[in-house]
Design a protein around this ligand. Sequence first.
Ligand SMILES: Cc1ncc(COP(=O)(O)O)c(C=O)c1O
Length: 411
Amino acid sequence: MTSAAASAQREWFKSFLASLLAKLGLVAPLSAREAVRSLAASKIRELYNEGLGRTDILAFWVGEPDEPTPDFIRQAGTDSIGAGELFYTHNLGIPELREALAAYTTRLHRRTDAGQVAVTSAGVNALMLASQLLVDPGDRVVEVVPLWPNLQEIPKILGASVTTVALDFTPEGWTLGVDKLLKELKPGTKALYLNSPNNPTGWTVTRDEQKAILEHCRRHGIWIFADDAYERLYFGSGGVAPSFLDIMDDGDRVISTNTFSKSWLMTGWRLGWLVVPPGLAADLGKLIEYNTSCTPVFVQRAGIAAVTRGEPVIARSLERFRRARDFLVKELRGVPKVEVAVPDGTMYVFFRVRGMMDSLAFCKRLVREHGLGLAPGAAFGPEGEGFVRWCFAAELDRLGDGVARLKRALV
Ligand SMILES: Cc1ncc(COP(=O)(O)O)c(C=O)c1O
């Protein structure tokens, strides 16, 4: 049977069942779609609930900088509110911000036109929009894991099936088996979702790996959704992580998603963007209309200040986080049972605790008995079990206190 015939048969059966139930005076129980019901509940949230109402917890479980948005960025937002910029605006973003983001992308990566840029309501919305643009129910997508849970669940909301390829861990570093990945990127696969630098491991794809992946995806018509949220929190040379935008050609199926949250300390503003191949923006504009319609103008004005005047903010964070990373890794290496690699980027250390098999139970115990809030590795997929994520965007003395608490839990 063709898939169209199968779908027609399914529809007929559904409507037959509905009318039968109605005749019997019954209606189907109230519930969300199956794809939504089967989404994983957030394990980080479950843990967070464990510590609600307590004031003594040293929390490193959330992935966000520990400083507020700089004044000049806030000022741009409040000036805009003061000027009464409080109305609906362009679906794809105000032209000034799209121009500024195109110039930024051109400076960092490749010649980009404002027509290829769409402003979104944060990075998570950019990922959802890219997925809605291209992923059909039943599509197969591939992801490199462990991975931020939102990225794992978004394709499932759309009815796609997710195949995972696990990074390999040794205390010397996280590595990707490129051959293993290419084998999973079979013809017919719709998209590869690749987050690099990766949340939670800090692993960062190398230029050679990128070239092999792009070449393969090009040959098989597979989309690459590159989640570049942490590209500016990269501790390697140049301070900008290798990006598919650097090596792609105009006709390549590559979408880069990005966010203001991490680079410019703007998690609460909910501002992000997409860079798409020429020609896709009009359809993206329609999708934005039916999702959020637009991003608030005053938030976009703050974004212009960040992207045009925010390089010192990034440089300062990078230095702070590099010091915090080095300190935390060194301290953790002195804790019994802990195995840890130095992350190439992000603001996370993802460490293994030898002999620990249930990271959620372990992290709940850390909260309850030691007042230490860390994120369980299992929140990042089954491949993260046995690990724990620590966000090191914090002052060194807090990190040191946290390590002392962890030591007490592990002796
Ligand atoms: C890998 C990754 N991508 C995207 C985002 C999106 O961030 P936001 O929705 O705050 O822009 C996050 C946030 O934690 C992330 O970890």
